[in-house]
Design a protein around this ligand. Sequence first.
Ligand code: COA
Length: 177
Amino acid sequence: MTPRLQHASGADIDAVASLAARTFPLACPPELDAPAIEAFIAENLTPEALRAHLDTPGHELLVASGTGGEAVGYVLLVAGTEMDPDCAAQIVHHPTIGISKFYVDPAHHGAGLAAVMLDDVSRRSRAGGARSVWLATNLANTRARRFYGKHGFLERGQRTFDVGGVLNTDVVYELPL
Ligand SMILES: CC(C)(COP(=O)(O)OP(=O)(O)OC[C@H]1O[C@@H](n2cnc3c(N)ncnc32)[C@H](O)[C@@H]1OP(=O)(O)O)[C@@H](O)C(=O)NCCC(=O)NCCS
């Protein structure tokens, strides 16, 4: 397995979109209905939607590949608080970088890949001059919340997040670098 994340290219987009569509439901609360989840995927996680990040200044789409070259994890970084300006007041350390997406194929959960990916994100962000990274994850996403807490993220507050027209409560986290 590639130990580090690499910048996604156009050739990676279909595989990343497939991984994104498979893993997004895992981050959703159990009561969120399928149509809302499908609407979010159709709007944000198609190959076209993901490809747009390749050309957007301040956006970095990163992919971790398995031994056969398949996408096993992906990350979308968005500089500053652009991914949700309403959260800006909760972030303590600036400059910061938002982790808009952080997803690992379920076959690789609990295997250390997520920690390798997070270390890489921290290293890249620090090298780029950031003093923190931040993200938001659903209140009910206990696995992710445990992972982030274990790796030093601090809870800063909450935000409301629209998934296919349904409003959800997320916890906002910041990791000082
Ligand atoms: C969040 C994610 C990246 C973490 O990677 P991971 O490989 O699962 O992480 P780890 O196994 O190192 O850590 C998860 C922790 O949660 C624990 N855990 C597992 N299932 C759990 C559950 N149902 N409830 C609570 N904790 C759980 C694990 O035991 C582990 O804690 P421990 O190390 O103290 O034992 C990965 O689970 C994932 O991609 N999830 C789906 C997508 C997602 O939610 N992404 C985040 C969106 S912001």
